[in-house]
Design a protein around this ligand. Structure first.
Ligand code: AP5
Length: 218
């Protein structure tokens, strides 16, 4: 299965991708995670990407496409993948189509995770990520059992992402509307668009997502 998960910041792309990885084993390819990793390691790509990310803007297409090209060529992506947060504008979507055509592995579906904008703000300001194992929590919706302590590994550094500050969230939502929303029509025209209502309980959303991409048990 080869799918794209699209949706506004905080729509649950990462949360749902991780559930698909756990149940079906397809690799999650998140450009956000790959870029944050490049920033943390101080690579040339990371240094070039950091300012745009901190400012809620998109990183330039040449950086992102270079990262994606390399990642899709890795052996674990040959049997399918979940693209999380890529593509994010029309040129990226067109580049992905060409790349997949070259590899003779066309995309199956592009899923829009559809959530009201007023829900997103709370999801983003409340997100905390374990600095050790990467488990994601939300202080409003999915808090750890013990405040400040990761349920997964017991670490005590639950970190707020630098772009989840209130002043940056508005910019990210604007960029999403301007750059990424046109992809809905792009994939609708290609006959690949699926829309999933992404409000409500995580497991209910997951059930709807699996049905939309044909992974639900009959
Ligand atoms: P990226 O990391 O992709 O961020 P994003 O698209 O803004 O999405 P998020 O990771 O914020 O949200 P999500 O939809 O994954 O939600 P999550 O599941 O975590 O990109 C970051 C930056 O990198 C960009 O701004 C840009 O600069 C750059 N970048 C990345 N890709 C790029 C590209 N292709 N081109 C150019 N630049 C690029 O959930 C959020 C919170 O809500 C969590 O706390 C979670 O626990 C909670 N939650 C999830 N589901 C539910 C639910 N159903 N109910 C209650 N809470 C929930």
């Amino acid at each position: 299965m080869r799918i794209v998960l699209m949706g506004a910041p905080g729509s649950g792309k990462g949360t749902q991708a991780k559930k698909l990885v756990a149940d079906f084993g397809y690799p999650q390819i998140s450009t956000g995670d790959l870029l944050r990793d490049a920033v943390a390691r101080g690579t040339e790509f990371g240094l070039r990407a950091k300012a745009a990310m901190d400012n809620g803007q998109l990183v330039t297409d040449d950086i992102v496409l270079g990262i994606i090209r390399e990642r899709l060529a890795q052996p674990d992506a040959s049997g399918g993948f979940i693209l999380d947060g890529f593509p994010r504008n029309i040129p990226q979507a067109e580049a992905l189509e060409s790349l997949l055509a070259e590899m003779e592995t066309p995309l199956d579906s592009a899923v829009l995770m559809d959530v009201d904008f007023d829900v997103l703000f709370k999801r983003l300001t409340g997100r905390r990520t374990c600095g050790k194992c990467g488990k994601v929590f939300n202080v409003y919706f999915m808090p750890p059992e013990k405040e400040g302590v990761c349920d997964g590994c017991g670490a005590t550094d639950l970190i707020q992402r630098s772009d989840d500050k209130e002043e940056t969230i508005g910019k990210r939502l604007e960029v999403y509307q301007r750059e990424t929303e046109p992809l809905v029509e792009f994939y609708e025209r290609a006959g690949k668009l699926k829309v999933v209502a992404a409000d409500g309980d995580v497991d209910d959303v997951y059930g709807r997502l699996k049905s939309a991409v044909g992974l639900a048990e009959s």
